[in-house]
Design a protein around this ligand. Structure first.
Ligand SMILES: *Cc1c(COP(=O)(O)O)cnc(C)c1O
Length: 394
């Protein structure tokens, strides 16, 4: 059954899966095996030469992982996928595949902190150059192009500013310049945004977040419409070694089954919460793609099928007041990460985006007082009551 034949919600439960052939187990078996026996020496040789595509060693491929890859590829309207040990492993695999000495990358300025640090502090040691721009204005991407540009990297909505980039416009620029367009779709999940349909070459996720959704696994994935791109990245990942473990892959597969339900529920909470927060006397500003006050509200309406469950805000009184709120919540958990079933609250400048340094944060518009809230699936009134009592403590 293909996703094109059923609704997205149904595909989350079934895509890429069928009862197991041996015993009819409804849940996908976990092939917790590092290596796979060959019937004879010739079969082993055929598997390594690529004539036989059977499994040989889990760093190179595993049956449980393959089910997860087929599932997420379908949900993203892609043709092939490559699961990885973490989201950062997916990101580093993309960079190691398409960048190299003398090559140049253009990236959204306000990206997940370690993504920026990887480009800015690690890959520069290997002769890779990168430019960070406010990609919410596509003209900034175009202006940063050089003859060496090999990759354009977007995060939209961006972490943690929630600013939005026009993926279609960026795809046009990438195509004309002959470079690969990569989109980190972690904040939306395939439920709310399909970058491949908008012209991106590669979409990636930290499956740690919405796809798994239960704050109990770290994992990542890369998806493309062109299987050759995945094959190329698979070649690099096999040597780099950031492979997902089959048990971890199975946990994500289980999490994905409730993706649609979770995202809908959390998004409904966020849609109610954002306007109420905006009206609260102790709040300076709120940024949420579903609010008319969001600078790219119209684009969000066009590009995403819903505004999602991530809200950024600043409390009047900046860092000190923001810290008081984070220290006073009792239901929302003070922790990094996002997209879990539970509401999570954190302070990017001192936590997820601390490694970027103050200058990069300033350039990326990440203010010191910004508080990031990942709205979970608790009952709405309980979340609101908790936040309001915390705001009262200021
Ligand atoms: C968490 C996150 C990552 C990194 O993923 P890990 O699974 O922690 O390695 C990358 N991009 C975004 C947007 C994230 O939120």
């Amino acid at each position: 059954m293909k996703h094109s034949d059923v609704s997205f919600d149904t595909a989350c439960i079934h895509a890429g899966q069928a009862p197991d052939k041996l015993y009819g187990g409804v849940s996908v078996p976990i092939f917790q095996s590092s290596t796979f026996a060959f019937a004879d020496a010739d079969t082993g040789a055929a598997r390594f030469s690529g004539k036989d595509n059977g499994f040989k060693y889990t760093r190179i491929g595993n049956p449980t992982t393959a089910v997860l890859e087929n599932c997420v590829a379908e949900l993203e309207n892609g043709k092939a996928a490559l699961a990885t040990a973490t989201g950062m492993s997916a990101i580093s695999t993309v960079f190691m595949t398409f960048l190299g000495a003398g090559k140049h990358a253009i990236s959204t300025g306000s990206v997940y902190g370690p993504t920026r640090t990887l480009l800015e502090k690690e890959l520069t040691r290997f002769g890779v150059k990168s430019t960070f721009v406010d990609s919410s204005n596509p003209a900034n991407i175009e202006a940063a192009l050089t003859p060496e540009t090999a990759l354009i990297y977007l995060e939209t909505p961006a972490n943690p500013t929630l600013s939005i980039t026009d993926i279609k416009a960026a795809a046009k620029i990438a195509k004309k310049a002959g470079c690969v367009l990569v989109v980190d779709n972690t904040f939306c999940s395939p439920m709310l945004q399909k970058p491949l349909d908008l012209g991106a070459d590669i979409v990636l996720h930290s499956m740690t977040k919405f796809l798994n959704g239960h704050s109990d696994v770290v994992a990542g994935i890369l998806v493309a419409k062109d299987p050759a791109l995945i094959k190329k990245m698979h070649g690099v990942l096999c040597q780099m070694g950031g492979t997902i473990d089959p048990h971890q892959a199975w946990l994500v597969l289980r999490g994905v089954k409730t993706l649609a339900m979770r995202v809908k529920f959390a998004q409904e909470n966020a849609k109610k919460l954002a306007p109420e927060l905006e009206k609260h006397p102790k709040i300076e500003w709120v940024k949420y793609p579903g609010l008319k006050s969001h600078p790219q509200y119209e684009l969000a309406q066009k590009q995403m099928s819903g505004p999602g469950a991530m809200i950024s805000f600043e409390v009047k009184g900046g860092v000190t007041a923001g810290k008081k709120v984070m220290d006073s919540v009792q239901l929302c958990t003070l922790a990094v990460s996002l997209g879990g079933i539970e509401s999570l609250i954190q302070h990017p400048a001192s936590m997820t985006h601390a490694s970027m340094g103050p200058e990069a944060r300033k350039q990326a518009d990440i203010t010191d007082g910004l508080v990031r809230l990942s709205v979970g699936c608790e009952e709405y009134e309980d979340i609101k009551k908790d936040l309001w009592q915390a705001l009262d403590k200021i």
